[in-house]
Design a protein around this ligand. Structure first.
Ligand code: ADP
Ligand code: MG
Length: 463
């Protein structure tokens, strides 16, 4: 078969594989190469180890199905690592593959959106990746699930690996560490375990809260920590809470975890969420309108993993509708599949995908400005007064009501709400919210007023 024909078939296979598995579709599929397609076998070359592992672990099925559908034959698919010398090796033979280091191709610094909620964690990770062992040691990241801890740990390793050729880096989950320790004991090979972990240049352990209730393992970890630390080797840890709040963690470990830098990651603000949705769309080779990105960010606020899930849901719906014939296709106007870029520009599509019914076009929830408009009209006060330092009851109450409603009707952070109302800090907003909340419980008039204002605000924004 002519080379060009092979390329075309391969492009079709990639498109089909993306459609079959939207959650794992990536823009970097464009960097894959077709090595051969003959005798029922398709060989695909991957530019690096991270993409190779991602494809092998997540995409084998969708690629196989795609290849079979496009060629009409039974085909098996194999991924290979393109080596620098232009020859092919399996991952096991490749010298660049460090056993135990498995990096996710998406989790790089480039793909990480920095905002107020994660600025310190990001900056410290960048610093550590540039000089292992000599800036913050240990570096301890903590925050709730889905806020980017694992992403940052992978990004540090990826960057350090590029910068320090030959550096030995161990990245593993705490569970993995515990299991390997238990296995080493069962097999009577504690020395092997110790030499594996005490001789690295960087030890990166994710979710160390799993050390709780593992007394023996804490003991071993303590000695590993000391050995690395005293040799100037880098230690990076993540957990769901700060060291002192990890249940039944030994005091001497808590104290060591606090020796370097402890960086907290907070839930992202609305603006950061919008930027993350755009970044993730780009990573999947999707074009997305600002309006749709804002809608997704408004709709999903808790956890970034859910933001990605929402994007996948919309993408899947877009693909299924793009696959239908013109006359079957629903009213989605701006869904286009031009030059391989699937566009998610239609807000209406996003609303349908995320189960938002009955909202008018352009709906993306009330803004703080909508809230301030309605409240200031009701109380007949001026915006300038709401934003001023005035503390008379006639101004304070509407101001606090604005804060309360903004907290309940928008996804803005306390800081952002305070910013709109005269640059007040988050504790002031928090205080206002609890004050109005308790007034609402005590006073039926306040209850009725809040319901009426809410009705007016949502009416102006959803119609
Ligand atoms: P955690 O380990 O804190 O539970 P993860 O690192 O697994 O969270 O992040 C969950 C998902 O959210 C990942 O796909 C990750 O890429 C994404 N994510 C989190 N924070 C960001 C960010 N600031 N920019 C881009 N993607 C992010
Ligand atoms: Mg994690």
């Amino acid at each position: 078969m002519a080379a060009q024909d092979l390329e075309n078939i391969f492009a079709d296979i990639l498109e089909r594989a993306k459609a079959l598995d939207p959650a794992n579709a990536r823009k970097w599929f464009e960097t894959l190469t077709i090595l051969h397609l003959d005798r029922g076998s398709l060989g695909i070359g991957c530019p690096d180890e991270a993409t190779f592992q991602f494809l092998r672990d997540n995409c084998k099925r969708s690629f196989t199905r795609a290849a079979q559908q496009i060629t009409g034959h039974l085909v098996t698919v194999d991924f290979h690592l393109d080596s620098h010398e232009g020859t092919l090796r399996s991952a096991a033979e490749d010298q660049r593959v460090q056993p135990g280091l498995r990096l996710h191709p998406d989790y790089t610094f480039d793909n990480f959106v920095v905002g107020p909620s994660n600025r310190l964690a990001h900056a410290s990770c960048v610093a550590v990746s540039q000089s292992l062992g000599s800036t913050y040691n240990p570096l301890f990241l903590y925050g709730n699930s889905g806020l980017g801890k694992t992403h940052l740990l992978h990004a540090v390793c990826c960057e350090a690996k590029l910068r320090f050729d030959g550096a030995v880096i161990q990245l593993l989950s705490c569970e993995d560490f515990v299991n390997r320790f238990i296995r080493a004991i069962e097999e009577g090979n504690l020395a092997g375990f110790q030499s594996q972990f005490r001789t690295v240049d960087a030890l990166v352990i994710d979710d160390v809260q799993f050390l709780r209730q593992r007394q023996l393992c804490q003991e071993e970890f303590f000695h590993t920590f000391n050995a690395l630390y005293h040799n100037g080797k880098q230690i990076i840890l993540s957990a769901d809470s700060p060291p002192a709040e990890i249940a039944s963690l030994e005091a001497r470990l808590i104290s060591r975890f606090n020796w370097g830098l402890v960086a907290r990651i907070d839930p992202p603000s609305y603006e950061t969420r919008v930027a993350i949705v755009q970044k993730k769309a780009h990573l999947r080779g999707l074009s997305i309108s600002d309006e749709t990105a804002q809608y997704i960010a408004w709709k999903v606020s808790a956890n970034i993993r859910e933001l990605e899930g929402a994007l996948t849901t919309i993408y899947a719906l877009a693909i299924s509708e793009a696959g239908q014939t013109q006359d079957q296709r629903p009213k989605t106007k701006d869904l286009s599949l031009e030059s391989g870029v699937l566009s998610l520009d239609s807000l209406e599509l996003a609303q349908r995908a995320l189960g938002e019914q009955g909202t008018g076009h352009g709906a993306r929830g009330p803004s703080i400005t909508d809230i301030i408009d309605v409240v200031s009209r009701h109380f007949d006060v001026r915006l300038a007064d709401l934003q001023s330092k005035k503390r008379s009851q006639s101004i304070t109450e509407p101001r606090q009501i604005c804060m309360y409603l903004a907290r309940n009707l928008t996804k803005h952070s306390l800081e952002e709400i305070g910013g709109h109302l005269g640059g007040r800090d988050h504790t002031t907003v928090m205080h206002a919210c609890s004050k109005i909340e308790s007034a609402k419980g005590r006073n039926p008039k306040m209850h009725a007023l809040l319901s009426e204002l809410t009705r007016q605000i949502t009416q102006t924004t959803y119609t």
